[in-house]
Design a protein around this ligand. Structure first.
Ligand code: ADP
Ligand code: MG
Length: 779
């Protein structure tokens, strides 16, 4: 028979694992309560009792209970694996009033029992981390509301003592907990919780609470639908009441009060020397660092808070820009210097069958300014599909060639390379420019021949894929490289191309808001073509609900009978290629039943690049009518005969993504259509999708998308590795970003390596932020 000691150990281990695994109730087969009902737990009734109801609790309740249970099982409170220092070697905490450097470990701050462990479980290891762990929101607790005057639906924060608690179970599966809170002025508020057993322990009579929620009135009685509970450990803590208070990210029952105290102590302990010289701050109208850090944690009033927020946001962008500019320490590179004469521009334009739009002309000016200067051009041209980026790039290539240089145009896929090749031959062929193609699909002999021509300067402009930057391509005299569809290339590849120091022009058809572009492509200058050439027939967009699906496909069939082709795109919520493939295959099979006459084929993410190119090529040659696809067709292939784009479950896509997809049609002269099928009928979805129905301007849509979804979710931003901007509000920060960027450039122009003693603080802050978890990049 097992001894109690053994049973204890057998019970302790899974519970500890459950705690370490984040309290998901998944570690123990059948759940924690199942384990406790086994005979194993017989000798430990208190543990049983403490964990009863486990399945219904939230994670922090669970964690707290598990910790208690483990203590009951004789687990000494020992530091988690992360805290390796033993108590004996732990540094002594600072004396009150002693100053500490920002790098000092949090252990040196007196944050009470378990304080260090709590902070490090939140990823806060030194004082800098604590200072920069800003509240995610603030609550106004200055004047607690006069309960006699609050209005129905108003959001209020009240503070008081629980004077009354009821617990009712009117039905077996229903638990209602009801309390009365008495405020310091004697007012009374009722609040109730329905089936939330985990809140019960916080609601003991006599507990001092701060409740935030919406008011419901029944005559004079005030009832609160509580959204946020905070338990006060000490009566009248001045950091948590009577002021605007910050609410922090927390977990595992780490209280807001504790976090506020930690922030307060860190602010007191660390000398908040500003790394920005006063005259720079003054010029940009930003407050000093101490004012900002105090203001974000403990604002005196709204003005203080917004001032703080502005300064700290400014800093985030500044450090981001500095880091990007310093990457590879070649902020200002020597590039090629071209004549780019007005005569040559006129000659190019005269050969065009159209005239440049104003937007094209403006962007071309920005490009030629760069080309004429000594600096290496690194410019991003953004514009919707069809806005005429390629035409502008062709002009720049022409100018490079006229100055005796070679040019390159790199595309992400072979099919796009071929398409660009055709276009460039169209633009440049008549101007005596020799255009070549170099792609993987060519025979070794063809490739070798092209490589030789490139090396001997026997070709002026070469279009290709990655093959263009491979080792065995020796450029005779590369002056300008144009890179299409940036997001498909890694930064590394761009650098590789840059090694021979040509000027570089990147084209992207993903309209992203200026603020986002500035941060995502911080190392590139930005030009935007925000106007489409005249005379386009706008794509007609229709949003329908999925019960009209059959009619939608009836319309598709009508177009097919007229000789047109259609795209049908499907998506899944989860990014799982296997499931996505399944969904696309399923959809193709469905369509074969609904539209027996149509020829249908499939394109999906599990195909190789060559297989995809092959399917696209067959679609282009009209060998079938409907291309069913997962989202892989986003990239810019032209099939002018395709006039319908159907997007299934359109609600699962971001607006910008939908706009990109829609851009696949309308490439020819015929009227084109986009049908958005909403698989979900909520008002919110409808409102969102209506934006696409109502606008064809990619930038307007991208702004709306940014406002609705937040920058992290925008397509492409993850890959481009936007650092974790904690306060950033990209939808509204364009001006601050531009200021920060301008300052970053100014700093580096005068002192490319940040060596001046005056910039010593700035340099170390930059280094520290790059290492700090608080500013870790999300990749
Ligand atoms: P993008 O590269 O931005 O997708 P392109 O340069 O390929 O756009 O242009 C799309 C189409 O519009 C091409 O057929 C091109 O010849 C035509 N085009 C470009 N600029 C103009 C213009 N200013 N006026 C009329 N048509 C134009
Ligand atoms: Mg294009």
């Amino acid at each position: 028979m097992a001894t109690v000691q053994e049973l204890r150990e057998r019970l302790r281990r899974p519970l500890a694992a459950e705690l370490a695994g984040g309290c998901q109730n998944r570690v123990v087969a059948g759940g924690v309560e199942k384990l406790l009902s086994s005979p194993l737990a017989n000798p430990f009734p208190m543990v049983r009792e403490r964990l009863a109801g486990y399945a219904d609790w939230d994670e922090s309740e669970r964690a707290e209970a598990l910790q208690d249970a483990l203590k009951l099982l004789g687990d000494k409170e020992k530091p988690k694996a992360t805290a390796t220092r033993s108590a004996r070697t732990a540094p002594p905490t600072a004396e009150p009033g002693e100053r500490l450097p920002p790098d000092a470990p949090v252990a040196q701050l007196d944050t009470g029992p378990g304080g260090t462990r709590k902070l490090s479980s939140l990823g806060l290891h030194n004082l800098r981390d604590v200072l920069h762990a800003y509240p995610h929101r603030h609550e106004d607790r200055r004047a607690l509301p006069d309960l006699a005057n609050v209005e129905e639906g108003q959001k209020v924060t009240v503070e008081g003592v629980v004077v009354n608690k009821h617990r009712r179970t009117p039905k077996p599966n229903m638990l209602i907990i009801e309390i009365t809170l008495e405020t310091p002025s004697g007012g009374r508020v009722k609040a109730s919780w329905f089936n939330q057993p985990w809140v019960e322990r916080q609601l003991r009579e006599g507990a001092r609470l701060i409740l935030t929620g919406r008011v419901k009135k029944f005559g004079n009685r005030v009832q609160l639908s509580v959204e946020h509970i905070e338990k006060m450990e000490v009566a009248q803590d001045s950091l948590s009441t009577g002021r605007i208070v910050g609410v922090y990210d927390s977990k595992d029952g780490i209280s807001q009060e504790f976090l506020r105290k930690a922030a307060f102590k860190a602010l007191q302990a660390v000398p908040l020397d500003d790394y920005l010289p006063a005259h720079w701050r003054k010029q940009r109208g930003v407050t000093d660092l101490a004012d900002a850090l105090w203001g974000i944690h403990f604002p005196r009033d709204e003005g203080h808070l917004s001032r703080a927020n502005h300064r700290l946001r400014f800093d985030e962008y500044l450090f981001l820009e500095l880091r990007m500019l310093l990457q590879g320490d070649d902020a200002v590179l020597q590039g090629k210097r071209f004549q780019a004469s007005g005569d040559d521009i006129s000659r190019f334009e005269a050969a065009l069958p159209f005239r440049f739009t104003n937007a094209q002309r403006r962007v071309l000016l920005e490009i030629t300014d760069d080309m004429r200067s000594d600096r290496q051009m690194a410019r991003l041209v953004q514009g919707d599909v069809g806005s005429g980026k390629t035409a502008v790039a062709a002009c720049a290539l022409y100018l490079a060639v006229r100055d005796g240089y070679q040019g390159a145009l790199m595309a992400p896929t072979e099919i796009l390379a071929r398409q660009h090749y055709k276009n460039l031959v169209g633009y440049l062929g008549q101007l005596d420019v020799r255009v070549g193609l170099l792609i993987g699909a060519m025979t070794p002999r063809q490739k070798l021949e092209m490589q030789t021509r490139i090396a001997e300067g026997d070709v002026d402009v070469v279009v290709g894929t990655q093959a263009l930057i491979q080792e065995n391509v020796q450029w005779g005299n590369l002056g300008l490289a144009v890179v299409d569809e940036e997001h498909r290339f890694g930064v590394q590849q761009r650098r590789k191309l840059l090694q021979s120091r040509p000027d570089v022009l990147v084209m992207s058809a993903t309209p992203i808001p200026r603020s986002l572009a500035l941060t995502a492509y911080g190392d590139l200058e930005l030009s935007i073509i925000d106007e489409l050439p005249p005379g386009r027939t706008p794509i007609e967009t229709k949003l329908i609900q999925d019960n009209y699906r059959t009619q939608a496909y009836g319309f598709v069939m009508k177009q097919i009978r007229e000789g047109r082709q259609a795209y049908v795109v499907t998506s899944l919520i989860e990014e799982n290629e296997n499931l996505e493939l399944l969904a696309a295959t399923q959809l193709a099979d469905d369509l074969k039943v609904i539209l027996p006459e149509a020829r249908i084929d499939l394109l999906h993410g599990k195909m190789s690049a060559a297989e995809k190119d092959h399917v696209m090529e067959r679609f282009r040659r009209q060998e079938f009518d409907i291309l069913v696809s997962t989202t892989v067709i986003e990239v810019g292939v032209d099939v002018p005969n395709a006039t319908v784009m159907v997007i299934e479950n359109a609600e699962r896509f971001g607006l910008s993504q939908l706009h990109q997809l829609r851009g696949r049609v309308g490439r020819g002269s015929a009227q084109s259509y986009c049908v958005l099928i909403a698989g979900e009928h909520s008002q919110k979805t409808r409102k969102r999708l209506k934006i696409i129905e109502g606008s064809t301007d990619g930038f307007v849509i991208a702004e709306a998308d940014l406002k609705l979804r937040g920058p992290g979710e925008l397509r492409g931003t993850r890959q481009s590795g936007i650092p974790d901007l904690r306060l950033a509000d990209l939808a509204n920060d364009t001006e601050i970003i531009e200021q920060a960027r301008e300052l970053a450039k100014h700093i580096l122009a005068n002192d490319p390596k940040l060596e001046h003693p005056r910039l010593q603080y700035l340099r170390s802050e930059l280094q520290n932020r790059s290492q700090s978890v608080a500013f870790r990049e999300v990749i």
